[in-house]
Design a protein. Structure first.
Length: 1250
């Protein structure tokens, strides 16, 4: 599906990945814009927060719901999907696959693409839009030098090297070693994938092989919060891409060379090789060696050989390679002797990590056969081999105390000195002799095989044919091959093992392959070895000439010598940088954290839908019948009446259940030949017999007939699920899975078969199991349960426990811990409670050792094993098996209730069949109603928090209101204006309103007027504001004056310290003098001049310059010549003056201070409220200019004659008042100033203007 990359630059940068039907929008909102109040509630900036985690917003919706008119295409090349998001140097980049080509087709409709070009699009900056993608040619990248240029392109005269933070990542991802598929899960082998899934679910991929897991995880988390409908739409869009690293190639095999020919078709077959390199301990040759504490090894590769024939046959064989799983390191060096190997941990400290590694392999692949190719002559490699051998012996997977230890060894070891074995005249051809050492394991591990079959089904009177692949055989073991680097020797031996597996497969079909077929096979493996060697060591593989052609020539030897020299150079000088790039890609550098994505509106809608689920969800009760029967390999019961077992005499509501699950054990005789393969013919016969019995019962009760939903078989164990035809329309996502446990996972005599489905909106899984036999082997049965419970997986990595309803049925083989005579005696008297108290399964469940949280109904029937065939007599043979309840049914789930539990009297086997019936509560979601409610909630929430797709409102000029801010021509940015410049990052406004940190801050006047001039002064200074509540009146005789320091720090009037001696620009704020309205007290009276008062207590003033309005300057008239003025509002209070301004003496002519009067005495409060507020102070670095103004008092001049007594302005400090100002040359106290006041000359005293 074609994907376009669109970018919006203004006002918030956003990137949209759009298809024809949907759009994924990632958006960034700048921090400055948010702080200025222009962002909306649903937008968050991408800047680093406290933990350094980048954050952005993501939205996925229909293409018709997104306004893309403001977006532009960054380039003309359509994308193939996104690999995720990564933060580099504080910038967040969206990684997009720009170029890819198809290299493999596993099966029809399953293609693999190789990535050869990626783009990095920055979410929070436009600086890199053209830097990397235009100056670096993306096709191909092998010729790009270390600075990112190709053949000198883009390197002009005087130009510096290309500096893009993602250049190294781009070169790595564009190296041709990364692959993805939009059709299937490329991280899993064919055996683990279900053919029923039509789309790839990004959240079910194997993270061990997913190289973009760090980058894609934020989008995966976002996807998990979407509704099921949106999840499906996102998966189908192909926007999210999963990438592996390694190798993939398909070679077409013409019909003439194909070993399996389709009659009369002439269609070619195909052979595919897929190598998946693990990212758990990824790195270069000398930087990644050995194992880590989590059990991950360096250069771990899973390689799968797949052969597909047009007839529907699919063959798959998997093997792995990896570094020796102990803690060891190797130093680099230009000489071979300098590359010393060091083992860094003791055997005791290594064993836990070693066990983790092999337990993971056993869980994924089954039994393991280790093929160690290290030298038995080189001391360093011999030391590794000895430690390897020691840890295998100590592994808990090898039970050396068992009677048949060889049958229960999950790890086998073959030591094969490759160099010694190929030193003779035969050369590398002698390596094929390894086959005789591993032949037994190769036969036991088998391979994966599936064939397409046709099934006839009938629904609503119409018959139709269903073609689906059926698993015939599964691979139940794996070869783990290693040498020192796991490159050259390993690849050659793995080629031999792959050829062995194909030969075994063809021999079972009585077929053989032509020489042309094997030439194609060898050529493909040679390409694989070269690709893996380039990733790990920097050059192609050695010995690839022999792998490709089957012989070693002189040219091949010279090529190997050249590769060895190149490896030495790369490993010593280039691997450090390559390792750093790999660690960055995987998110392993210090301080790297994934990008945080969120969609607050969608998250709210999902939470609200969960809370209101009752509005669109209905419940319905359905009935389920399950039956389990160990057939002991018998077939003569096919024609017997199975109705006592499948149609028991129970309540009428239970007679024709909606679902019937039937499990068989030992459906075939477990001969050595049978346990290694599966014959579906026997299962199909029993399915026909069961279906006939069910349909006869349905016809008798007037119900619709049953159809086979799905069947599965693991050699002797099989499971078949039948449903009524009218239920097919509400059943979906039917899948099957198998898990072997017999002979340590190598054979199918023991194991489990599971089938899961979704009935409406409830998930149900049925598991039939045949566990280990033997009276005392209950611990092995417990292990079998754990192996099945943890290892059995469905599509999208679903496990058994990931279902609403789980039902286990089968021959669990748990016995009764009493002697034979006592058990039979208790059976005769019907004392089942005593028997149950000694039942091994009951005791193990109570102890929590198996089947935790499962329930079993009360057993009211005799033990079902072991009977003499055709009788009701327990085993009378020489073995005299103790009767036991081997056949059981267990359940788990809050929505299921068991109705009946009993055995049926069918006597053609040594077991008795068991059945159980259930009532299950099914949830049915009205998807239409849910969708309507979801849209309604979405609209409501968007109305509250604002449109998530809309950017915050911003002020625009008149021109922009008229003209707008749109591009003149597509592809060109919009015209700039005095408000907006398109070249500014993230659409930041060209002019912005500076907001102070708080209302108590003003710009610092001492800062230079040029904001770019360096200055130690802070940008803002805090000033003291007037209190909102009126202050109580001051003590009579006090003054209110304040000295404001323009350096930003107001002096506290209560302090006694002197100001600095350096002259500073200061203003003394005093109220204006009005001779017609002298100051008065609050009661309207005027006080006479008080006597001198010592130690006068002072009250801190709350006045500030911002509470006083400013008027234009005007000439200063003499106070004595002031004309008569009408009565007006008294002056505001006088701020307290600095104590150092006055002498300590007190003049008897001092006038009393004006009382505290604020707007209380204003005769016209309306006019007072209408006064304009002062503009914010203007920043200036110029020296204060002395100017004449009526509200300024020059402190350098003689004071004017005072007015009448009682009208003087009195200034007090430290309990002293200044003397009254006298006329003419009369001397006052300020004439004799102390030395500390010399710095106060030149101050300007401001008078408030009304």
């Amino acid at each position: 599906m074609s994907i376009r990359v669109l970018i919006k630059d203004y006002p918030h940068r956003a990137i949209a990945l759009t298809t024809s039907s949907h759009a994924l929008v990632l958006r960034h909102s700048s921090t400055s814009t948010d702080q200025n109040g222009y962002g909306n509630a649903s937008q968050t900036s991408l800047s680093n927060n406290g933990a350094g985690q980048a954050r952005c917003m993501v939205e996925f919706s229909g293409a018709d719901e997104v306004d893309l008119s403001d977006y532009r295409a960054l380039n003309m090349v359509n994308a193939h999907g996104t690999l995720g998001l990564i933060t580099v140097n504080g910038d967040v980049f969206l990684v997009v696959v720009n170029g890819a080509s198809k290299v493999a087709t596993v099966r029809p409709g399953e293609t693999i693409q190789r990535i050869h070009s990626v783009g990095f699009y920055c979410l929070n900056s436009s600086s890199y839009d053209t830097l990397l993608n235009d100056e670096v040619n993306p096709y191909p990248t092998d010729m790009i030098d270390d600075e990112g240029y190709e053949m000198g392109f883009g390197r002009g005269k005087g130009e510096g090297p290309l500096e893009h933070p993602c250049l190294a990542l781009k070169k790595l991802l564009s190296s041709g070693t990364f692959y993805y598929s939009s059709d299937f899960d490329l991280t899993r082998r064919l055996q683990e994938r279900s053919s029923d899934a039509a789309t790839v679910s990004i959240d079910s991929l194997d993270a061990g092989f997913l190289w973009n897991s760090y980058m894609i995880q934020p989008l995966v988390d976002f996807r998990s919060r979407l509704s099921p409908r949106e999840k499906r739409a996102l998966d189908e869009s192909g926007i999210l891409t999963s990438a592996i690293r390694g190798f993939a190639l398909t070679i077409t095999v013409p019909s003439s060379s194909s070993p399996i020919r389709t009659p009369r078709s002439g269609l070619p077959s195909s052979m595919t090789l897929i190598s998946r390199l693990s990212c758990r301990r990824a790195g270069t040759r000398f930087n990644a060696r050995g194992i880590d504490d989590d059990g991950n090894v360096a250069n771990f590769v899973e390689t799968e050989t797949i052969y597909w024939a047009p007839s529907g046959i699919s063959f798959s064989y998997t093997q792995v390679r990896g570094s020796v799983p102990i803690f060891w390191e190797q130093q680099t060096g230009l000489l071979p002797g300098q590359q010393k190997i060091t083992i860094t941990r003791s055997p005791e400290a290594t064993q836990p990590a070693f066990d983790k590694h092999f337990e993971g392999l056993e869980l994924s692949y089954g039994a393991i056969h280790v093929v160690n190719l290290l030298s038995a002559e080189k001391p360093s490699e011999m030391e590794l081999t000895n430690r390897y051998r020691h840890h295998i012996r100590q592994s808990p997977l090898n039970d050396g105390n068992h009677e048949k230890a060889s049958e229960h060894e999950l790890i086998r070891l073959t030591e094969y000195d490759f160099h010694a074995e190929t030193r003779g005249p035969g050369g590398y051809e002698a390596a094929s002799m390894i086959a005789q050492w591993i032949r037994d394991s190769a036969d036991g591990f088998a391979y994966y095989l599936s064939e397409e079959t046709e099934e006839h089904a009938r629904s609503s009177g119409q018959e139709y044919i269903i073609r689906r692949p059926v698993t015939i055989l599964q691979q139940e073991g794996v070869f783990r091959t290693n040498c020192l680097d796991c490159l050259d020797r390993t690849n050659l031996v793995q080629t031999i093992i792959s050829k062995m597996a194909l030969e075994i497969f063809l021999s079972h079909k009585s077929l053989s392959a032509s020489s042309d077929f094997w030439v194609r096979h060898s050529s493909m493996w040679a390409d694989n070895g070269d690709a893996l060697s380039r990733i790990y060591a920097g050059t192609g593989a050695l010995k690839s000439s022999f792998t490709r052609h089957g012989k070693m020539s002189l040219a091949g030897a010279l090529a190997d010598a050249r590769k060895s020299a190149t490896r030495m150079y790369i490993n010593n000088f280039a691997d450090k940088g390559r390792q750093n790039t790999i660690d960055m890609l995987l998110g392993r550098l210090m301080g790297q954290v994934p990008v945080h994505l969120f969609d607050p509106i969608n998250d709210y809608v999902i939470a609200e839908l969960n809370r209101r689920s009752s509005e669109f969800t209905q419940t319905e009760v359905i009935h389920i019948l399950v039956g389990t029967f160990n057939l002991n390999g018998r077939t003569h019961g096919l024609n017997e009446d199975l109705s006592p077992w499948l149609c028991p005499d129970i309540a009428p509501s239970q007679q024709c259940p909606e679902i019937v699950a039937v499990g068989f054990q030992e459906i075939v005789e477990l001969s050595p030949q049978q346990i290694m393969s599966t014959d579906p013919a026997r299962r199909q016969k029993w399915e026909a017999s069961v279906k006939r019995c069910l349909n006869e019962n349905a016809a008798k009760h007037g119900k619709e007939e049953y159809v086979l939903l799905r069947g599965g078989q693991l050699v002797g164990a099989s499971l078949s699920v039948f449903v009524r035809a009218n239920c097919l329309k509400i059943i979906k996502n039917v899948e099957g899975s198998l898990k072997k446990t017999g002979l340590s996972g190598m054979a199918g005599n023991k194991g489990a078969v599971a089938i899961r489905m979704e009935y409406a909106n409830t998930s149900i899984v049925f598991v039939t199991a045949h566990l280990a036999a033997g009276f005392a082997n209950y611990e092995e049965r417990n292990r079998d349960y754990k192996t099945i419970s943890h290892g059995l997986r469905f599509q999208r990595n679903r496990g058994i426990e990931d279902h609403d309803t789980v039902i286990w049925l089968g021959d669990f083989n748990y016995r009764i811990g009493l002697n034979n005579e006592k058990v039979q005696r208790l059976c005769q008297v019907g004392d089942f409670e005593t028997l149950y108290e000694n039942d091994q399964l009951n005791l193990q469940m109570v102890a929590g050792l198996t089947f935790p949280f499962y329930s079993e109904a009360r057993i009211t029937f005799p033990p079902t094993y072991k009977y003499d065939i055709g009788t009701d007599t327990y085993d009378s043979s020489e073995k005299a098996r103790i009767p036991a309840w081997c056949d059981r049914v267990l359940r788990k789930g809050d929505n299921i209730r068991q109705i009946s539990y009993d055995a049926a009297p069918l006597k053609f086997s040594d077991h008795r069949p068991v059945y159980a019936t259930f009532q299950c509560l099914i949830s049915k979601v009205d998807e239409k109603r849910k969708e309507e409610l979801s849209k309604e909630l979405y609209r409501q929430r968007r109305a509250i928090v604002g449109d998530t797709r809309a950017t915050g409102a911003m002020e625009e000029t008149d021109d922009e209101d008229l003209i707008g801010y749109d591009s003149i021509e597509p592809g060109l940015p919009p015209a700039s204006s005095d408000r907006r410049k398109w070249w500014l990052d993230n659409g930041l406004p060209a002019r912005s309103r500076i907001q102070p940190p708080s209302s108590d801050h003003i710009p610092n006047p001492n800062r230079p007027s040029n904001p770019f001039t360096p200055s130690p002064e802070p940008d803002w200074v805090e000033v003291e504001r007037m209190s909102k509540k009126p202050q109580p009146p001051l003590t009579r005789g006090t003054t209110r004056a304040q000295i404001v320091d323009f350096n930003g720090t107001p002096f506290n009037s209560s302090t006694t310290s002197l100001p600095p001696s350096k002259p500073m620009a200061r203003k003394l704020i005093v109220p204006p003098y009005n001779p017609l309205n002298p100051p008065s007290n609050l009661d309207g009276t005027r006080d006479p001049a008080p006597p001198a008062i010592a130690n006068l207590t002072r009250i801190t003033s709350n006045a500030s310059t911002h509470s006083l309005p400013n008027l234009p300057s005007r000439p200063t008239p003499q106070l004595s010549n002031l004309p008569a003025q009408p009565s007006r509002k008294p002056a505001p209070p006088i701020p307290t003056k600095k104590p150092s301004l006055l002498s300590s003496s007190i003049s008897s002519s001092s006038t009393p201070s004006p009382p505290l009067q604020r707007y209380k005495d204003n005769p016209n409060p309306e006019n007072e409220r209408a006064r304009p507020q002062p503009p914010p102070p203007r920043r200036s670095a110029a020296a204060p200019v002395k100017r004449s103004a009526p509200n300024l008092i020059d402190m350098n001049e003689k004071p004017p004659l005072p007015p009448r007594t009682g009208t003087d302005v009195s200034i007090r400090s430290n309990g002293s008042a200044s003397s009254a100002r006298n006329a003419g040359a009369r001397r006052n106290l300020l004439d004799e100033e102390p030395e500390e006041l010399e710095g106060l000359r030149g101050w300007e005293v401001l008078r408030p203007i009304r």
